[in-house]
Design a binder for this molecule. Sequence first.
Ligand code: SF4
Length: 328
Amino acid sequence: MLVEYYCSESLDRVNHPGMTEPLSYKYLFGPVPSRRLGRSLGVDLVPFKTCSTDCVFCQLGSVDHCTTTRREYVPLVDVLGELERWMAVDGRADYVTLSGSGEPTLHTGFGEVLRFVKRRSDMRSVLLTNSTLLHLPEVRRDAAEADIIKVSLSAWDQVSFEKVNRPHPELNFDRMVDGLRALRAEYCGTLWMETFIVPGLNAHPEEVRKMAAVAAGIQPDRIQLNTAVRPPAEEFVQAVPPEYLQKLAGFFTPPAEVIASFQPGEKAFTLLDETTLSRLIARHPATAEQLAHMTGHSEAAVQNLLAQLGEALSKSERNGEIYYKAAD
Ligand code: SF4
């Protein structure tokens, strides 16, 4: 009952904002527009670049803290306090998404965040996970609180897993797939799967057929193909042409959807200052044009703030466009 006790205490503190009132949103970002999810409010549960893998395609850059240790990386009570304040003050979103600076299931309180959203709002919840901790029954139990779980699978065996995802040494591909199958058997919600295609590592038709066979054993409701349209961790990672992705999509059951291109959606939020922009860029490297679409402000206003952020940013070119990301 330790969990019950802790959660009660958390909510009690949330209900007394004087104890925990955050000065600004440290753990929330957006809402950012999403083609599939409409307006999605992000919740970030781990410090920047804390993950159980170090994927070659990671848009955050190379992972600083590769770990499988689960703990309360950021104070749960502060995350719930920010959510409480956001719901009361800033309006609403269609979804609350656990994602951001690394792997959310590393945080031992991610299930409590999902339960809090369910109890306190009519927003639906999404968990984005790299699948690596789903062999743990307690992680599957908490993940099942989400309305949608989006898992990742971009390999077909341990060797390809190590090349594409560069997992923590303790992680094993077959055990991860067992966890994914167990999740499918236990979970009544919507299960999506994302497969990231990297030329030279997993893009050959035979390799994609092997991934499709593994995916078929997991039976996700929807499969999405992605490729490196944004600057990845490793320079050698190139994007696959959209026509090629479309061809690969037919290998999967159900046929995969191609989600690789940036699609600006509705304008998401109105507040725009240096802090908001830098936090957004830290989780979503983007061009000035994309940031203007995401925030609902003019490109000139975004460029002006980008100039003020100066050395806090780094730039990289991708397909002839300049992407802004957090400086290391
Ligand atoms: S892409 Fe996702 S799972 Fe892979 S290293 Fe980056 S944050 Fe972790």
